[in-house]
Design a binder for this molecule. Sequence first.
Ligand code: SF4
Length: 248
Amino acid sequence: MLGRNLMVADSPIPLPCRIIALMQERNRLFSYPLDSIAGEIKTVGFRCTRCGTCCTRAMNGHIFLLDHDVTEVKKIDPGAFEPAPAPEFCDQNGMLYVSGYALRMRNDNLGSCWFLENGKCRIYDQRFSGCRIYPHMLRRSADAAGLVTWRLFAKMNEHGRFNQEIPEDVCLALAREVKEYENAFLIHQISFIETVHEYFVINNLGHDQKMYDLQMRYLSQGELVRIMVYHDGELQEHRMINKNLPFM
Ligand code: SF4
């Protein structure tokens, strides 16, 4: 998915350990050479053709917004964002917790981004950080042999054009932007988990997997659920209904 939050709800790993793991990931990101990222971008040779294919739920799940993206989207259209669709936690009272907001998707066949009109982004020059670096988000994941390496996200030949000639300076500038985005994303996730951890400790709460499953079932059935969204350093309470159900 283009933007993403951490799917950790079904994991028993304690919150402080998750924070440490994210910090280690951030250290790895720092030590990953800019030149290597630029080289990957050069090899992939992706050029956006504004085809709009990637701007759909069908292609990318959801488009996660960093805090400054939310500030921008509010200026353009305050109705164009919503809590990200994959909450990470749920407490024993049934309150869900998610790490941020995502672009709102339309209830059409593909789940098009709110800003996609006739297959084109109507705010292309103002598009958000995830949209700008796409499809060059960085992930570390294992290959078939279990070797963990950095990978670019590119879905080859499903959108745009690949194997194009991209000038070195453009690759380097984009690599810098990718690294900045990934760093900002990790900082946001660390801060979210720290805040939830503190909130749980203060209020004598904890993640409850059975309650999580129940609330997610309610959500899938179109019922109203309560959710805390982490934004600008605080948890903001919302009531959320699944707008993507076919009957709604
Ligand atoms: S804001 Fe524009 S570029 Fe970003 S996902 Fe939506 S339509 Fe695509």
